[in-house]
Design a protein around this ligand. Structure first.
Ligand SMILES: [Zn+2]
Ligand SMILES: [Zn+2]
Length: 318
């Protein structure tokens, strides 16, 4: 299975400002020597040598992931603004000819997870077929409501692709070709669901938005089957440890909690996700390095868990 990140930011899109762009440019130029900028090749080498927070961005689009299975089935996880870039990519394929088929898994319907739907071009193309899954029994009404005339000029029905809604049984597996998908209810205002996708002995867990506070930790073993032995877990780490204490019941977690859970359940790789909108790329790099430090504080933990931070455009193959 192949997983691609199209949107990784939490809560609200965060396009880079003029000041952010200037700061990146300034930092890069301050580090450059005359030799670094003596030819096009040396400029490319120099750019590649810079920290990612200077040469790029972790991304400002809200949640959207694409999962392609070995059978080439497509699963889109959430429809935040990142779906606009996925949209352009899909339109180059059969979706541009009205012959595309894809599945959409929705975790919940907070704006940052559905706000890309009105701009998802494959929904406008007659002939495309989408199966939209969620354990929320009123999922169709929720998605339709975003596009009532007072909020958007085109309602969902006027987007000509076929869109079928399926209500998943809570915490029960469902199967599609060789893939098994299990949903798990997460603590989050209004509720949210994580998904575990399994294929050919590989498993991918996506859980955002989720709050693992003291109450959840008390019953942590009820999450064992959901996380157990996963190859990759994408986890909501919007807050630092201090912020998580300050913002109890806001519905998000921190990297230290994510690491504790990943270690407890034998996870192989953890990706920090749902980045706080106020965090700069530099701050996100600090979040990652602090997470790795926390992980290595105990010798027992060393090398057990691979930790990285999600960024737009990254592809992971399992
Ligand atoms: Zn969210
Ligand atoms: Zn949410």
């Amino acid at each position: 299975m192949k997983i691609r990140f199209w949107g990784v930011r939490g809560s609200i899109p965060t396009p880079p400002t003029d000041a952010v762009m200037r700061d990146k440019l300034r930092k890069a130029l301050l580090q450059a020597s005359p030799a670094d900028i003596s030819s096009e090749e040396s400029i490319d080498r120099f750019i590649d040598s810079l920290p990612y927070s200077i040469r790029g961005t972790y991304g400002g689009n809200t949640t959207c992931l694409e999962v392609r299975t070995a059978d080439d089935d497509i699963f889109i996880i959430d429809c935040g603004t990142g779906i606009r870039h996925l949209s352009a990519e899909l339109m180059k394929e059969e979706f541009g000819r009205g012959q595309g088929i894809a599945n959409i898994l929705l975790t919940h319907t907070h704006w940052d997870h559905i706000q890309g739907i009105p701009f998802f071009v494959p929904f406008f193309v007659k002939g495309n077929r989408f199966h939209i899954y969620s354990p929320f029994s009123d999922i169709k009404e929720r998605v339709e409501y975003q596009q009532v005339f007072t909020h958007f000029p085109v309602n969902l029905d006027s987007m000509l692709a076929t869109k079928e809604f399926f209500i998943l049984e809570k915490e029960a597996p469902f199967h599609l070709n060789n893939v098994t998908i299990i949903n798990k209810r997460m603590r989050h205002p209004g509720g949210a669901f994580g998904y575990r996708i399994q294929e050919d002995g590989k498993s991918f867990v996506f859980t955002s938005d989720c709050e693992f506070n003291i109450d959840e930790i008390d019953q942590i073993d009820s999450y064992r089957d959901f996380f157990w032995n996963a190859d990759v877990v994408v986890f909501d780490t919007q807050y630092t440890f201090e912020e998580a204490i300050d913002k109890i019941d806001w519905g998000h977690s921190s990297a230290s909690i994510a690491i504790d859970i990943a270690l407890r359940f034998n996870v192989k790789k953890l990706l920090l996700f749902h980045h706080e909108p106020s965090y700069s790329d530099e701050k996100l790099e600090t979040v990652l390095s602090n997470a790795r430090t926390y992980m290595s504080m105990s010798a027992r933990r060393k090398g057990v868990l691979d930790i990285d931070i999600a960024r737009e455009g990254v592809i992971i193959e399992l």
